[in-house]
Design a protein around this ligand. Structure first.
Ligand code: A2P
Length: 294
């Protein structure tokens, strides 16, 4: 719990002699600590990691939690405070472990440190999942669009492995716009992995992944499809490439997760197509979450 004091504070007012004193642990256990089990680096700006999942943690695919590390000791008081940021859970709700996908900001207070974690290290995880990129916030439809830029792919990594996505929709379109080809790797691997995931093919139905239309684009490095998704939709090129009709509020639903400028621009576009922003308490036809950067 935040603000909870280590046990040795509770005894500090007791008059104890040196020999009776409880030894003070040199490295106090982190509050809400989870153990890192795997770390993968994709580019000098991106990495993913997995950690243990608290037995009591229940979440809906697409939600986020606060995670972080202990900050440096205050130079005056020597006290350490947790340094936390909101991170979308990239693993699906049924998974035993938790996965996260992160940017590395070299002078970012958290990710400058977080990028160096190794298996066996501890991270802090506040087990209170929340978020709007959940199926409950959308009305029923036929086709769902997942729009991501950069690390905004994370909640869709969870939702693409969530059986409900395929129960609720006939077609799943995932667009991912990144600066470079290397920044697409994490998402491309998740999607490719669905084809050979025996458990998912058994649970959801053999070949469920054929419902997915994946549309990766880059803006600062050559790739088969260049350009921002917003421009490609405006010109009609994206719909032509995908072989689907432009977005229609009757059948299409959308979830958005990317940088702020992208979120604002695509929100406007979706409203132009006639979609309306929903929430957990008021499901409608699209929802937005911002990608949380350091
Ligand atoms: P661009 O290279 O043209 O800025 P970042 O890594 O900075 O978060 O950006 C991720 C991707 O999102 C980049 O390819 C970037 O394109 C793209 N992007 C940034 N702003 C917008 C926007 N308003 N609409 C669409 N894509 C955007």
């Amino acid at each position: 719990m935040e603000g909870q004091r280590p046990y040795y504070y509770m005894t500090e007012l007791k008059p104890v002699t040196q020999s009776q004193a409880t030894p003070v642990p040199k490295v106090p256990t982190l509050p809400d600590a989870q153990t890192v089990t795997e770390v993968k680096h994709y580019t000098d700006r991106l990495f993913s990691f997995k950690c243990t999942r608290p037995a009591s943690l229940r979440f809906r695919s697409g939600e986020f939690v606060m995670i972080g590390l202990m900050g440096d000791p205050d130079p005056k008081t020597g006290k350490q405070k947790p340094l936390l940021r909101a991170y979308s859970i990239a693993s699906p709700s049924w998974d035993e472990e938790l996965e996260f996908y992160s940017i590395k900001v070299q002078d970012g207070p958290l990710t400058s440190k977080l990028q160096h974690i190794q298996p066996g290290d501890e991270v802090i995880l506040r087990p209170k999942p929340v978020g709007t990129l959940v199926h409950d916030a959308l009305l029923p439809g036929k086709r769902i669009w997942f729009f991501a830029t950069g690390t905004g792919f994370a909640p869709f990594s969870s939702l693409l492995r969530e059986p409900q996505t395929y129960q609720d929709y006939d077609e799943v379109v995932i667009t991912h716009t990144c600066r470079t080809v290397g920044e697409l790797t994490y998402g491309a691997e998740i999607i490719e992995g669905l084809k050979t995931d025996e458990l998912l093919n058994e649970v959801i139905g053999d070949g469920f992944w054929k419902k997915i239309k994946y549309y990766p684009t880059t803006t600062r490095e050559d790739s088969p499809k260049m350009g921002r998704i917003t421009d490609l939709m405006r010109s009609g090129e994206a719909f032509e490439d995908l072989g689907v009709a432009p977005i229609n509020p009757e059948h299409d639903r959308a979830m958005v997760c990317g940088n702020l400028a992208f979120n604002l621009e695509i929100k406007d576009m979706l409203e132009g197509y006639g979609l309306e922003e929903g929430a957990n308490s008021d499901p409608k036809t699209y929802v937005v979450e911002k990608a949380f950067l350091d």
